[in-house]
Design a protein around this ligand. Sequence first.
Ligand code: HEC
Length: 172
Amino acid sequence: MALTRISATSFAALAMTLSLAACGETADDTAVADTETEMAAAPADMDILKVRHDNFEGIGDAFKVIRGELEKGSPDFDAIQANARIIADNAVLIPEHFPECTGPADGADTEALDTIWEKPEEFSAATERMLGASRTMLAAADSRDAATVQAAVKELGGACKNCHDQFREKED
Ligand code: HEC
């Protein structure tokens, strides 16, 4: 049920609450109550960047495993399930990983674009799309049907690209 906890509206509200706190100040306690990470990281405290990076790396690696399995004659559906779970669990954390003051405008060493904080509703929508696609992938993994997993890979890949195209620095 954790997957359904974060709605587009609650994330947008959270983003707005956080935007009230200036960089370096502590955000409203109610906004940070149940998160492990300090939400309003001062520019000097960029631990969140590593957490954010590792979370996406985990998603990327798991997605690679799933696509790799599909290339085999008989995919290992247990491996697909385990990696679909990693993607879904990591995806739920994305909204917590973009507190104010952790963008390039704040001097952060990051591939995230400032657009994330300028257009919180669009970023929230891209995150919601990812959450939906990760749930589709979980269900597909349970089906243990290669064609169903293949379709879920396509949907998930579209969700990655949709967000990267808008909110991540382009790779040359
Ligand atoms: C809601 C937006 C969003 C979605 C959805 C998303 N990403 Fe990302 N991703 C980002 C951003 C922003 C960064 C840059 C983070 C940074 O540098 O701080 C990133 C970085 C990465 C990185 C590099 C790690 C790093 O921090 O340098 C990988 C790998 C990655 N994403 C893979 C994926 C895959 C695979 C998917 C889909 C299964 C996905 N992402 C979905 C926004 C997203």
